[in-house]
Design a protein. Structure first.
Length: 664
C-alpha cells in the first residue's frame, strides 16, 4: 500500500517503510485506506475511532523514541494521515470520509461527450479544494485545423472576458485600496472626456457591476483602428438605459475602466497588470500580447476575415482593433496560472489585495433592488451564472469568456473550478451547457461541507446595501413572489384601462419600481397597451435613487423620452406635484417600495399626491406590499393595488384587488 504522511512541510513517501514526519503543532494520526485520483492525487477514508487514534499516536511516539528504521515496520499495511495541519483559521472545513476524489472521473465522461458532439475540440479542467489542486487533466485536441494537435495541461488559452476579472478588476481594486480612486466617484472625475452626452454621474461602482447603462460593445460596422480611437469612441457613447436602472453587460464599461487604470497609474494596462498582479502571484504564463515563442502551446480560435487562423492574437474583434490590449479582453493564460489566482483570492488576496478588498470585490454590489447580482467584475447570481452549476451556493462567484473559458470560486468550501476550452475553434462551438454540467458534477463529487457559522456569514453578506439586497435575493429565490407591477401585467393592465381611448398616466417612482424580471415600471408602462405614460414624478434622491441633494430639477427619461418632474426640494411647495400637470392626466400610479426607508420622505410624497389627486378629481393607483399593509394571509408575499378616491369606506373587490377609499 502506498504511504501518505502529512504534516507541516510533509509529503507523500513512496518507500516501503513509511516515515512519520512530526508536525510542529498537535496532530491526530489515523489509519486510513488510500483513494487515488485519476491523476495520481490522493484522498483518504479514515478507519479509526478517536480512542484508537490516541493509542496509535502513543505507540508511534514510543517507537520513535526507540529509534531507527524499525520504527514503522509493523505499520506497513497502514496509511498514516496527519489531519488538521493546514486548516484555515478563517474558514474551518469539515471533511467527510471518503473524500470521493475518484468520483471526479464523472467529469471525464462529461467532457468526452462534449468533444464527441463537437461542442468543443478539447479542454483542460483543473479543480482546487481546501488549499490544493485535486484534479488536473487535459482532454481532446488543442487544434483541429490547419492540423490536429493534442491538448496538454499547459496549453495557453485566449481568456476573452475572463480578462475583466483577472486583469482589470484587481487593478481597479488596487487603486481603491491605495486611495487613488473611490468606488462612488464619477468616472469623469478621472477621465473628464467621459462626461460627454450625459454620462457625468456614472460611477466606477456602476461600471464594475455592469449597471452603468452603457451599450454592450463599440460600433464595429465602420472601420476604425487603435486604442486611442477606441477610448474616444467609448467616451463619446450615450447610455442605453439610465445608470443604475438595469444590468447591461458592457464591454465598453470595462474598456473605460482599462483607460482609468492607465490614467491614474500612469502605466499601460499590460505593464501595470504584469507588474502588480501577475508577477507577485508568479503567474508566469499570463499576459497580454503573448510572444511568438508561446505559439506552439497556444490554443487557436478561429479564422479571421483573411482566412488566417488566430493563434496568439486576440479573438475579440474590438480588442483586436485596439492592438490586443483592452480592459474587457485580450489576456492569455493557463489553467495552472488561473489556479494560483483563484487560490490567492481564497487566501485573502495573496498579497495583491487585502482580505477586505477581496470580500468587497466578490460580494453583491449591484443596486439594492436589482435582480442581477454582481460583485465588482465578478458574476454572482445573474443570467450569466450558468457555470455555477446546480449545487454550488449563491455567495460563490465566477466569470466566463466567449472563447469557451470559465472560472468559478466558492469561498465557503474553499473550492474553485477552472474549465478552459477553445470552443470557438475552428468555426464556432458552445461551452455554456458544458460549464454547468462540470460544476454540478464537481460539487456532487467533493465533500463540500462548511461550518454553520461560516455558511450564515456568507449568506448575510450583501455588499454596500445589505438589507435591501438580501431581501431581494430571498424574495427572488424563494417562491413565486409577484410585485404589484407583475399583477398589473398578469391582468393585461385592465386596472389602468378605461374604454377604447388610451388613458394618460402619470407615474411616481424611483429605482425600487421594478417587476420580478428587473424591468423598470417606467419601461413597462411606457409599452403597456391601452395607456400612455405622459409624466414621471421623482421623489427624494431622484428617479434613480442616486442624487443626494435638495436641488433636483426636472429632466427627461433617456430611455423613453418621458418628462420627469421632481417632487423634492428645499421647500414644502417644491415637494408637492403641480396641479396643472396633474390636470392633464387621467390617473396616477404610485410605485415606490419603501421597506427599510421609513425615515425618508416617500410617505409624505404619497400623502401629497393623494391630496392633489383628490383636488383635481383623478384616480390614483398605489402598488405596495400587502403583508406590510394588512398582514392578510390571502395576499402574503404579493403586492396589491390600492385605488384612492375622495369618498366612501374601505371595501374589498371580488377580483382580489383592494379598494381603499376615503384615504384623503
Amino acid at each position: 500500500m502506498r504511504s501518505f504522511v502529512e504534516g507541516r512541510g510533509a509529503s507523500c513517501v513512496e518507500s516501503g517503510y513509511p516515515i512519520l514526519i512530526m508536525a510542529k503543532k498537535a496532530v491526530r494520526v489515523n489509519v486510513c485506506a488510500q483513494v487515488s485520483s485519476p491523476e495520481g492525487g490522493s484522498g483518504s477514508d479514515c478507519l479509526l475511532t478517536p480512542h484508537l487514534r490516541a493509542g496509535l499516536v502513543s505507540g508511534v511516539v514510543s517507537r520513535l523514541r526507540a529509534g531507527k528504521g524499525r520504527i514503522m515496520r509493523a505499520l506497513t499495511i497502514a496509511l498514516l494521515c496527519v489531519e488538521g495541519f493546514h486548516s484555515s483559521p478563517a474558514l474551518a472545513m469539515t471533511q467527510r470520509a471518503p473524500t470521493s476524489l475518484a468520483r471526479l472521473t464523472v467529469v471525464d465522461a462529461i467532457i468526452q461527450r462534449a468533444i464527441e458532439e463537437h461542442q468543443i475540440p478539447g479542454a483542460v479542467v483543473l479543480i482546487g479544494h481546501d488549499g490544493r489542486v485535486v484534479y488536473r487533466k487535459a482532454y481532446g485536441n488543442r487544434a483541429l485545423e490547419p492540423r490536429r494537435e493534442q491538448m496538454t495541461v499547459d496549453t495557453v488559452f485566449d481568456l476573452a472576458s475572463l480578462t475583466k476579472v483577472i486583469a482589470t478588476t484587481p487593478s481597479v481594486m488596487q487603486l481603491v485600496q491605495t486611495g487613488r480612486v473611490r468606488l462612488n466617484d464619477p468616472v469623469a472625475k478621472y477621465l473628464p472626456e467621459f462626461a460627454q452626452n450625459g454620462k457625468e454621474d456614472i460611477t466606477i461602482r456602476q461600471l464594475l457591476t455592469h449597471y452603468g447603462g452603457l451599450a454592450p460593445d463599440l460600433d464595429l460596422k465602420t472601420p476604425w483602428l487603435g486604442k486611442d480611437t477606441a477610448y474616444k469612441m467609448a467616451f463619446a457613447e450615450t447610455t442605453e438605459t439610465p445608470p443604475g436602472a438595469g444590468l447591461v453587460y458592457s464591454d465598453i464599461g470595462f474598456i473605460v475602466l482599462g483607460a482609468l487604470v492607465e490614467k491614474v497609474s500612469g502605466e499601460n494596462l499590460e505593464h501595470y497588470t504584469e507588474k502588480h498582479v501577475f508577477a507577485p502571484l508568479k503567474m508566469t504564463h499570463t499576459r497580454y500580447l503573448p510572444p511568438k515563442s508561446w505559439s506552439p502551446k497556444i490554443a487557436p480560435t478561429q479564422f479571421d476575415e483573411h482566412n488566417h487562423m488566430l493563434r496568439g492574437e486576440v479573438h475579440d474583434p474590438t480588442a483586436l482593433r485596439m492592438g490586443g490590449v483592452a480592459g474587457h479582453a485580450g489576456l492569455f493564460s493557463t489553467a495552472d496560472d488561473l489556479a494560483k489566482y483563484a487560490q490567492a483570492l481564497l487566501n485573502g488576496g495573496g498579497g495583491i489585495l487585502t482580505p477586505l478588498m477581496v470580500e468587497k470585490m466578490t460580494t453583491p454590489e449591484q443596486p439594492p433592488t436589482a435582480t442581477g447580482v454582481r460583485g465588482f467584475g465578478w458574476d454572482i447570481d445573474s443570467p450569466f451564472s450558468s457555470n455555477r452549476g446546480d449545487l454550488l451556493p449563491v455567495g460563490s462567484y465566477g466569470h466566463t469568456g466567449f472563447t469557451g473559458t470559465s472560472i468559478w470560486i466558492d469561498p465557503t468550501t474553499r473550492t474553485y473550478i477552472i474549465l478552459l476550452t477553445n470552443a470557438v475553434h475552428p468555426r464556432g462551438g458552445n461551452a455554456i451547457a458544458l460549464r454547468s454540467k462540470v460544476a454540478t458534477a464537481v460539487a456532487a463529487a467533493l465533500p463540500l461541507t462548511v461550518e454553520e457559522k461560516e455558511r450564515l456569514r456568507w449568506e448575510s453578506i450583501t455588499g454596500y446595501n445589505e438589507a435591501q439586497s438580501a431581501g431581494r435575493k430571498l424574495a427572488a429565490r424563494n417562491g413565486d413572489v409577484k410585485t404589484g407591477l407583475d399583477l398589473l401585467e398578469a391582468h393585461g393592465f385592465d386596472g389602468l384601462k378605461s374604454g377604447e381611448a388610451k388613458r394618460k398616466i402619470g407615474l411616481v417612482t424611483n429605482q425600487t419600481g421594478v417587476d420580478s424580471d428587473g424591468r423598470r415600471t417606467i419601461d413597462v408602462l411606457a409599452q403597456a397597451p391601452g395607456v400612455s405614460l405622459e409624466a414621471i414624478f421623482s421623489p427624494e434622491h431622484g428617479v434613480t435613487g442616486a442624487v443626494d441633494t435638495t436641488v433636483i430639477g426636472n429632466s427627461k427619461d433617456d430611455a423613453t423620452g418621458v418628462p420627469v418632474y421632481s417632487v423634492y426640494g428645499a421647500t414644502d411647495a417644491a415637494r408637492r406635484p403641480s396641479l396643472e400637470v396633474l390636470k392633464g392626466l387621467d390617473a396616477i400610479v404610485f410605485d415606490i417600495q419603501d421597506a427599510g426607508a421609513r425615515f425618508y420622505t416617500y410617505e409624505t410624497t404619497l400623502g401629497y399626491f393623494l391630496e392633489a389627486a383628490a383636488k383635481v378629481g383623478i384616480e390614483m393607483i398605489l402598488l405596495f406590499v400587502a403583508r406590510a399593509a394588512w398582514n392578510d394571509d390571502r395576499r402574503t408575499g404579493a403586492d396589491v393595488q390600492c385605488r384612492a378616491r375622495n369618498r366612501g369606506e374601505a371595501e374589498s373587490d371580488s377580483d382580489g384587488w383592494v379598494d381603499a377609499r376615503g384615504l384623503v
